[in-house]
Design a protein around this ligand. Structure first.
Ligand code: 26Q
Length: 832
């Protein structure tokens, strides 16, 4: 980049003021100017999309203003910066969140109203960047929000996928995947930075040589080079000067390749090359678990990691420092093993490109890096076949071998003659074929490894990486996940937000512990009534959404029982479905029974290649079809599958829930974060002792939580004893009836084949203990219904849930990372 000798690096004040003033008039005229000069439209002629784009540009100006000031702070010498590396950032819609962060929501609404334009209508036009699968990607987005709000110098690094997570449509009850074209109208929030670009190599070979100083060095000669171009999205903190950057990399062809082919007269060959290069950032893999080693996925990981590390080294060197002090300047967090190649790439950059001695590079590298694990399933740990690695990243494989050699030497010193242990700890797995174990690479290369809830961290220490914990018990930390109250309370639930503000003032948005102040009002009839009104209004809103999206009419006074999350056998949506069938049978058997009306709502995407998950989607829709059409059930039971669960669609869901379904088999869900979003919005949880449920129950009190199911120890005993699901089916009449109906075609128009894979799997294997937990689940659900019959008590429990879930703010989680892992401190930004 060239820096021209302007008198001052700061932009002109008068220039700024015209585009950043926050009065209603200033916002209106800026909006009109943007409409005219970016969309070439006057309001009378503009489409809703054009109005939205002009408004987004108006807001972006105000973000950029803050960001310019933040950049000056972040680039100050000696400011330590947290770098969050993640293959996924599930940001969600930006407009309202940004207006709230900037504190100009009311002014903007008024400015638009004066032109006869409805802010909500423009907001509804926004395409969300779905650059993530689920929990892990959304967590990264919550963490950026908290970093910015806490004024911590930080930067997020990831991939600018052209196609994010697919849109889900439901046809004939089946999930159909539709390409996500989030960029089709352009992305008004990002700033492309074609001048910030790095070259990333793939393939080829390595060669040893002696440098001028007589040192043996290695040079990597890749046979393919791709360019990564930065695309920056501003992330504003809530009511502070700080506005951070999310820097996403887009893959492009390296020009020299084009020219080379072009000069040889092979124009189409040059275009091919361009297409191949651009493929790297083309599409997000829609699996939310590791399954097999696809080359393109490893290319994506290396691509974004290499660009990100080159970028932060460049910033450091630009300020006149040398590469061997990078760890003073940066704390680099690896969001799962997806960026774990950073361990080898940072070593390569430091040793091969910057000439550091190996030992010094290793010290810098380990001090800079830290790793978060998000998985408990051993089969979900990422491992890449060595031959693939050797072909794609030959230099990195050499480095990994060298790291492994040094590491295993250390292991052998500590445990002489324990070759079994050395083999268990090795970065290379020998299982017939050989694999690179990415979790081991990340662990060995980091100074801190953390799990995402107390239970998960305990299991990580004891079972996933026990040998590493023996080697260094202080390596492991727990940082329980959190979610941002800005998006999931303030923006998603404005009525509850207003009630909280009325009760405790508006500081709760930045300090969620303050909502504890409402607990004293839990027995106040006036407050309870207001609380109920807020919940009912949210349920009416959701009922409207359900009607317009699924044509199903639901009763807002019924119990809204909601399970939204990715579809997975371990998350057990089919257990919930069996409960629905049980209720259906009870009402049919006894039509006059006095039962609590319920609306059971599901939402979530299945990985396109996951057959059982897709069959569960079909099952839910099939049950819904029968239940909703039965006049005998009317007014008592409704079942809804809300298609295309994403951040946008999630926002009206959490506020409307009475009951939150968190029913994974104990020991399978690392944390869960939806559980926190529901509880904060005053839903009660029905849940197992799994992931963050354990901590939520501790926080809200056992009397305000519906616990059921086997504990982790009981799960293990069940398997050890020899689990026979068929025996449970034989002995439980209601369960038997429900499962037999699935098999007999009751919900599939007589088709007895459709659900056979599901039924057979449950009766013969049941790997997630659905049948074992069925009876306790159904009985606990009966308890839920009884509790709902006492609105005063229910409301009290709801208030207490919100009051006591302040610790699940992502602000608390980020403070813990900042203090105990990154050692970064807030640096307030004064907006110039
Ligand atoms: C890896 C390699 C190749 C292709 C895909 C993947 C891949 C992609 C996404 C593997 C895993 C994921 C996502 C995992 C995830 O979302 N995990 C969830 O993380 C949450 C945040 O910590 C937890 O709350 C959830 O419990 C956990 O399941």
């Amino acid at each position: 980049m060239t820096h021209r000798p302007f008198p001052a690096a700061r932009p002109d004040r008068a220039l700024i003021k015209g585009r950043t003033d926050n009065s209603v008039e200033a916002i209106r005229s800026a909006f009109l100017a943007n409409l005219l000069f970016t969309q070439a439209r006057v309001p009378e002629r503009a489409t809703v999309t054009e109005l939205y784009l002009a408004l987004a540009a108006t807001v972006r100006d105000r973000l950029i203003h803050r960001w310019m000031s933040t950049a000056q702070v972040v680039t100050r010498p000696n400011v330590r910066v947290a770098c969050y590396l993640s293959a996924e950032f599930l940001l969600g819609p930006q407009l309202l969140n940004n207006l709230v962060a900037l504190g100009i929501e009311a002014e903007t609404r008024e400015a638009l109203a004066g032109l006869g334009i409805d802010l909500a209508e423009l907001a509804a036009r926004e395409e969300e960047p779905g650059l993530g699968n689920g929990g892990l990607g959304r967590l990264a987005a919550c963490y950026l929000d908290s970093l910015a709000t806490l004024e911590i110098p930080a930067i997020g690094y990831g991939i600018r996928y052209e196609f994010g997570i697919f849109d889900q449509e439901i046809r004939d009850g089946w999930q159909v995947e539709v390409t996500d074209k989030w960029l089709q109208h352009g992305n008004p929030w990002e700033i492309p930075r074609p001048e910030i670009a790095y070259r990333v190599g793939f393939g080829g070979r390595t060669e040893a040589f002696e440098d001028v100083a007589g040192h043996w060095r290695v040079r990597w000669i890749p046979d393919r080079v791709v360019r990564g171009v930065a695309h920056d999205t501003p992330v504003a903190g809530y009511r502070v000067g700080t506005c951070l950057l999310l820097r996403l990399w887009r893959a492009e062809a390296v020009e020299s390749f084009d020219f080379q082919a072009f000069n040889l007269g092979d124009y189409l060959g040059a275009v091919d090359q361009k297409v191949v290069s651009e493929n790297i950032s083309k599409v997000l893999y829609p699996n939310d678990a590791w399954s097999q080693g696809r080359q393109l996925r490893l290319e994506q990981q290396h691509f974004f990691v290499s660009c990100s590390l080159q970028d932060l080294l460049r910033l450091h060197l630009l300020q006149g420092h040398s590469a061997d002090t990078s760890h003073h300047r940066f704390a680099v967090q690896l969001n799962d093993t997806h960026p774990a190649i950073a361990v080898a790439e940072l070593m390569r950059l430091l040793v091969d490109e910057h000439g550091l001695p190996w030992e010094r590079a290793w010290e810098v590298s380990r001090r800079a890096l830290a790793y978060t694990n998000h998985t408990l399933l051993p089969e979900a740990l990422e491992r890449w076949p060595v031959p693939l690695f050797a072909r794609l990243l030959p230099r990195h494989l050499e480095i990994i071998y060298e790291i492994n050699r040094c590491f295993l030497d250390e292991v052998r010193v500590r445990w002489p003659a324990d070759e079994a242990r050395a083999a268990r700890m090795s970065l290379i797995e020998k299982d017939g074929e050989r694999f690179v174990r990415m979790a081991h690479l990340a662990t060995v290369g980091s100074h801190a490894v953390n799990g995402v809830t107390a239970l998960h961290t305990e299991l990580l220490r004891r079972e996933v990486l026990p040998d590493f914990a023996d080697l260094d018990p202080y390596l492991f930390h727990n940082v329980t996940n959190g979610v941002t109250p800005r998006r999931f309370l303030r923006v998603a639930n404005p009525r509850l937000a207003a009630l909280l503000t009325e009760a405790v003032g508006d500081d709760w948005v930045k300090n969620l512990e303050l909502v504890r102040g409402i607990e004293t009002r839990a027995d106040d009839p006036v407050f309870r009534e207001a609380w109920r009104e807020v919940k009912l209004a949210a349920k009416r809103d959701l009922a409207g959404v359900i009607l317009s999206r699924t044509d199903v009419e639901v009763d807002p006074s019924s119990l809204f029982d909601i399970q939204v999350k990715r579809i997975h056998e371990y998350k057990r949506q089919h257990l919930n479905a069996l409960h629905v069938v049980t209720l259906y049978n009870r009402i049919r058997r006894n039509p006059g029974a006095d039962i609590v009306p319920r609306t059971v709502i599901f939402g979530g995407k299945a990985a396109p290649g996951y057959r059982m998950a897709k069959l569960i989607v079909k099952l839910i829709n099939s049950i819904a079809e029968v239940v909703n059409a039965d006049p005998l059930l009317a007014g008592r039971l409704k079942v809804v599958f809300l298609p295309d669960f994403n951040v946008t669609n999630a926002q009206p869901i959490y506020p409307a829930a009475d009951l939150s379904e968190q029913i994974s088999t104990a020991g399978k869900e690392a944390s869960g974060t939806g559980n926190m979003k529901f509880a904060m919005n005053g839903a009660l949880t029905i849940g197992t002792l799994d992931g963050a449920n354990v901590e939520i129950r501790d926080a809200v009190g056992a009397e305000n939580f519906f616990l059921f199911g086997l504990t982790l120890d009981q799960v293990r005993e069940t398997w050890a004893r020899g689990y026979r699901p068929r025996a449970i089916w034989e002995s439980d009449a209601e369960l038997q009836e429900a499962i037999n109906q699935l098999a007999a075609g009751t919900f599939s128009r007589g088709d007895t084949e459709l659900f056979r894979p599901l039924v057979d799997n449950l009766l013969d294997h049941d790997p997630f203990l659905v049948l074992a937990d069925y009876r306790d689940y159904v009985d606990t659900q009966d308890g839920v219904a009884r509790a709902f019959l006492d609105p005063d008590h229910w409301t009290r429990m709801s208030i207490v849930n919100t009051a006591r879930t302040g610790c699940f703010s992502s602000d608390r989680a980020i403070r813990e990372y900042a203090e105990s892992i990154w050692r970064v401190v807030p640096v307030p930004v004064e907006v110039q």
